[in-house]
Design a protein around this ligand. Structure first.
Ligand code: NAD
Ligand code: UDP
Length: 324
């Protein structure tokens, strides 16, 4: 499917985008990474630069792009609440203008385009676990809305381009994914807890830690994204890609303490506004339509992620606690 195909990955220098570039190259594709390096790092793709089938372009997807490719993976958008709330207007722009520009490119080229959507379209869900036919429960004026509503509008645009222009679209709704190449100061829970544990700092639990999330290891997620792009043209999704193994944030903290052997204490802090109480994907559709299900258990994925951060912190002064 991907052999000798020219694939554009927006957000290609980010956490998921860099793993996707690698996986596409491994399947014989030519890969063009487009990124403005807002939360991405050139070091994430540095090891790919010598590959003659790989090219990296600095570009902001809110500006139109004219290139020739055979398929588009639209992954550009900060995903951590800390980063997407840093400049909320820019977050809405990257989701909406970025989608319009990439859909326009796909329309001109008549090529398939896959959108990295999110479980955040379900907001603070009243249906549990979340199935794709649930319309969601999102506060449209809260601090998470720039991301949630931006991603919802992007889905609307994808389906309107399909209806209006018969564009071959694909939409995956990604649930919390973790693994190597998350930023150490990313603000997301897995990276925060691991970095805090490795530094022997207190583990910061927001609220009482009873809220739940379901964590998917990055390799499983990329496998799901590739299967989705390779699926029959009439299967558009949206389809949930995530690991249904649900745990509380407190359980996650205790597991990371146990696996790192840290002596960190738990520090309880205020729960951010509109923080979803629970989250678990129903992956019946991914199983039946894509033959996909996650294979990496949380304990094993955490072990690989801990090893990554351990090596990263050993190379730098990052291991030392910040000077107050
Ligand atoms: P990330 O922040 O590591 O990667 C996002 C990438 O997009 C970065 O490289 C960043 O520099 C780039 N980017 C941001 N604004 C841009 C712009 N205007 N122009 C070009 N590039 C831009 O986040 P991630 O976890 O890799 O997420 C990638 C995609 O997957 C995002 O669209 C995100 O919404 C989606 N997603 C991720 C998760 C997850 O758990 N990781 C969950 C749901 C959805
Ligand atoms: N969280 C936490 N401590 C942290 C970072 C996050 O308790 O240091 C909580 C956060 O409030 C949320 C969950 O962990 O309930 C997942 O947060 P994350 O930012 O990773 O993702 P999202 O809320 O978008 O699912």
């Amino acid at each position: 499917m991907f052999q000798n195909k020219r694939c554009l990955v927006t957000g290609g220098a980010g956490f998921l985008g860099s793993h996707l570039c690698e996986a596409l190259l491994a399947r014989g594709a030519e890969v063009l990474s487009v990124d403005n390096y807002f939360t991405g790092r050139r070091s994430n793709i540095g090891h790919l630069l010598n590959n003659p089938r790989f090219e990296a372009m600095r570009h902001d997807v809110t500006v139109p792009l004219f290139v020739e490719v055979d398929a588009i993976f639209n992954f550009a958008c900060p995903a951590s609440p800390v980063h997407y709330q840093h400049d909320p207007v820019a977050t809405t722009k990257v989701s909406v203008h970025g989608a319009i520009n990439m859909l326009g490119l796909a329309k001109r080229l008549r090529v398939p385009i896959l959108q990295a959507s999110t479980r955040e379209v379900y907001g603070d869900p009243e249906m549990h676990p979340q199935r794709e036919n649930y319309w969601g429960h999102v506060n449209p004026i809260g601090p998470r809305a720039c991301y949630d509503e931006g991603k919802r509008c992007a889905e609307t645009l994808f389906f309107d381009y399909r209806r209006q222009h018969a564009l071959p679209i694909k939409v995956i709704r990604i649930f919390n994914t973790y693994g190597p190449r998350m930023l150490p100061n990313d603000g997301r829970v897995v990276s925060n807890f691991i970095v805090q544990a490795l530094r022997g700092e207190p583990i910061t639990i927001y609220g009482d830690g009873s809220q739940t999330r379901s964590f998917c290891y990055v390799d499983d997620l990329i496998d799901g994204a590739l299967r989705m792009m390779a699926s029959p043209a009439d299967f558009t999704g949206p389809v949930n890609i995530g690991n249904p193994e649900e745990c509380t944030v407190r359980d996650l903290a205790e597991q990371i303490i146990a696996q790192t052997g840290a002596r960190s204490e738990l520090r309880f802090m205020p729960l951010p506004q509109d923080d979803p109480r629970k989250r678990q994907p129903d992956i019946t559709l991914a199983r039946s339509a894509l033959g996909w299900q996650p294979s990496v258990r949380l304990q094993d994925g955490l072990a690989k992620t801990i090893a990554y951060f351990d090596a990263l912190l050993s190379q730098s002064a990052l291991r030392e606690p910040a000077v107050a």
